[in-house]
Design a protein around this ligand. Sequence first.
Ligand SMILES: Nc1nc2c(c(=O)[nH]1)N[C@H]1C(S)=C(S)[C@@H](COP(=O)(O)O)O[C@H]1N2
Ligand SMILES: [Mo]
Length: 494
Amino acid sequence: MFAVAQFVSAFFNNASSPFFALGSAIIDFTPPWLKDFAIAAFGTNDKLALFISIGVVATVLSALIGLLAKRSFALACTAIIALALVLSSAVASRAATSLLDIAPTVLGAIAGIGVLQWLTRLAAATAPGQGEDAEGSGPSRRTFLLSAALSLATAAIATGVSTSLSASRNMAAAARKALRLPAARTKAKPLPEGVQVEVADMPRFVTPNQNFYRIDTALSVPQIDPNQWSLRVHGMVENEFTVNFDELLGEELVETYLTLTCVSNPVGGDLVGNAKWLGYPLRNLLERAVPQAGADMVLSTSQDGFSASTPLQALTDDRMALLAVGMNGEPLPFEHGFPVRMVVPGLYGYVSATKWVVDLEVTRFQDKAAYWTTRGWSERGPIKMSSRIDTPRPFAKVPAGEVVLGGTAWAQTRGISRVQVQIDDGPWEDAQLAAEASLDTWRQWRFAWKDAAPGTHSATVRAYDAQGKLQTSEKANPVPNGASGWQRLQFTVQ
Ligand SMILES: Nc1nc2c(c(=O)[nH]1)N[C@H]1C(S)=C(S)[C@@H](COP(=O)(O)O)O[C@H]1N2
Ligand SMILES: [Mo]
C-alpha cells in the first residue's frame, strides 16, 4: 500500500507522497529533545533513519494487518482504511497540497486491500484441513510464503524506484538553490528614470517572477537537474554540436530587458510580462553551428515535448534573442523553464519562448511544424502592437473630479511613440508616455481626465509605433495569430 502510494505520488506533487508527508509531519511534531537526539545520533542521515523507521513500521503494520485478516477480512480492511485516513490527513496537513494529492494514498489503500485479498485467498486455500487432500494439489504453503515475499519485494522495489524519481526532483531543486549565475559580460542598459508612471494600481514596469504569467502545456513542471541538461544543435548546419550547462555558463552572457507576450492574450488581457533576462545570444550559438543555405526556421523542443518554430532570421539578426538562464537576477524559476529557455523579442511565446529547451533543429518551415501549428495556430507569430488600460478597472467606481487613467502599450522590436485616449465619443487626446526602456519592452502611459462628470463613461485606448503606424482597430480573436482591436472599457464617476 505504501509502495503504490509512493509510486503514484512520483507523478504528483512531491508533497503528495504519504512517505514524505508522514515524515514531514513527524518532523514537525517531534519534540525538540527527540529531534536533537536524532540529529546527534544520525547526523545528516537523520532523514534516512526516519524513512527506514517508517519502512520498518510499515512492514510490521502490514504483517499485523495480515494476521488480522486471518480472523476477519473486513476488520483488516477497516484497519487499512484507518491507516489511509491517518496518511491522508498527514498529506493534507502539508503546505501546498490540494485534495488531488490524497489520490496516491487512496490508490495505495485500494492496492493494499487487493493484495490482502489475494494473499488471504491463497492462505485459505493453503490452510490445513481446507484443501481436498493433505498432500496439497492446491497452492502449497510454500506458494503462499513465496507470494507474500514477492509482494513485499515488489513493494520495496516500487518504493525505491519512485523515491529515486522524486529524488531527481529534489536534486534539481537543490541544484537550483546552490546555483550562482555568472555576471553578465554585457549588462542591461540601466532603466531610465520614469519608466514607471506615478499612478496607483499600475503593474510594476519589471514584473516580479512570482507575478509573471505562466502558460505551458506541462501538467507537472519539468524538474531538470542542470548537471543532466544539454542542448543539441543540429539539422541544416555545418557543425552539429551539443552544449552542456557549464559550457553555456562559460560563454559571454548578456543581460537584457524584454517583454514576453502570449498569443492567447485577449485585448486588454494580462498574459504579458516584462523581465530582465540573462543568457547567451542565440545569434552566437547559431554562428557556431553555421546554418546551411535554404534553412529558414529553427524548431526548438523542450524536455517535455513542446516545440516552437522560430524564423531563423529572428535568431540571427541584431535583435537580442537569448538562450536564457536567469530571470530578474535569479536562476529561471522551474515554472519559467529552469535551467534554460529561449526568449525572442517581437515574437509570441508559442513560436519562440521554449522553456526547458533541449533541442534546436535548423530546418525549413515547409519541412517541419511545431506543437501549436499542428493545432490550428499560425506557423509564424509576430507580436501585434497592443495598448491596454490598467486603471481604472472595468466597471470601477471612481470619485468625481480628476480621473487618472494608466496603462501599458507594446510593439516589441519597433517601440511605442504615442498613445491616445478617447473618453466616450470625444476627441482622441494624447496620453503622457513614461520613459522608454528599449524597443523590446512595454511602455507605460498616463492620462488625466480633468473634469470627470458623474455618470457612466467609456474610455478607449490606441497606440502608434515608432514609425508612426497606428494600432489596428480591426477586431480579431487570439486564434490563429493573436488578438487585435482597441480596448474600450466602462467605469462610473460618482
Ligand atoms: N516547454 C514549453 N515551453 C513553452 C510553452 C509550453 O507549453 N511548453 N508555452 C509557450 C507559450 S504559449 C508562452 S506564451 C510562453 C510563456 O512563458 P512563461 O510561462 O514563462 O510566461 O512560454 C512558451 N514556452
Ligand atoms: Mo502563449
